[in-house]
Design a protein around this ligand. Structure first.
Ligand code: ADP
Ligand code: MG
Length: 235
């Protein structure tokens, strides 16, 4: 079943947050989801250990994924999940190359500023290299992260122009800067088990995660994601 790899060689780009939002939302839509946690900070694993009551059985997290274990772990999870998501460290590594090479779709989280685009550009170069040298074409998109809900900044427009000039696909749905997306790692659970009285704009955060999941599902070709056709029932 399809593998979605989240990659940006810069730490702090919003990869782990994006993985968590997409994983929980896909599970909520009824899909079986496995997350391979290859981030040495183990945020997803820690969050998962803290969250089991809220998650049910549709979401599984595989901890301690490394260069020497990823092939086996990926093969196992592909067999049992509708979607496998891979969270990577923020560095250039052979693990990154492998996780990108195994992907059906690569999501590149980029914060809306020019400096942050460089880590995303490294991933795009790798994808280009795979296409030129090995004729491996992997669909990919940039998703803007930590976007201010109130203003469109000049820096963000510059990133959008740059991506358009290079013909890199950009998701229409950005991940907005929301306290809910930060707090969820501390308190565990999902956006639906959090207390709306204590978390500001929780409804908007939920809406954002849902729009992201639906847009990502539309990017994945039906041939690799037969399960995504079930989206018609939920959208
Ligand atoms: N959309 C968001 N809203 C609020 N905080 C965010 C958002 N995205 C990321 N963060 C915060 O930014 C920091 C880095 O994000 P993270 O997802 O860990 O990035 P990465 O995995 O690429 O290193 C974390 O403290 C996280 O809580
Ligand atoms: Mg991370």
């Amino acid at each position: 079943m399809p593998v979605i790899t989240f990659a940006n060689t810069k730490g702090g780009a919003g990869k782990t947050t994006a993985v968590l939002l997409l994983a929980t939302e896909l599970a909520r839509l009824g899909f079986r989801v496995s997350v391979l946690d290859a981030d040495p900070q183990h945020w997803i694993t820690r969050w998962y250990e803290n969250s089991e009551d809220a998650l049910g059985r549709r979401l599984n997290v595989v901890p301690y994924v490394t260069m020497s274990t990823i092939d086996r772990q990926l093969a196992e999870e592909k067999n049992r999940a509708d979607f496998v998501l891979i969270d990577l460290p923020g560095s250039r590594s052979s693990l990154l190359a492998k996780a990108v090479g195994h992907a059906d779709y690569v999501l590149i989280p980029v914060q809306g500023s020019a400096m942050d685009a460089q880590g995303g550009a490294n991933v795009i170069e790798l994808l280009q290299y795979l296409e030129d040298k090995a004729d491996i074409r992997i669909r990919h998109s940039v998703v803007l992260t930590r976007v201010n809900s109130m203003v469109t900044t000049r820096a963000m427009n510059a990133v959008k122009d740059l991506l358009a000039a290079r013909r890199v696909h950009l998701l229409e749905t950005p991940i907005i800067e929301r306290s809910a997306f930060r707090d969820i790692f501390g308190c565990g659970g999902t956006l639906y088990s959090m207390d709306a009285k204590r978390v500001s704009n929780l409804d908007k955060a939920q809406e954002n995660a849902r729009a992201l999941a639906i847009e990502v599902l539309r990017q994945i070709p039906a041939a690799v994601a037969p399960a995504a056709s079930r989206l018609k029932d939920v959208a």
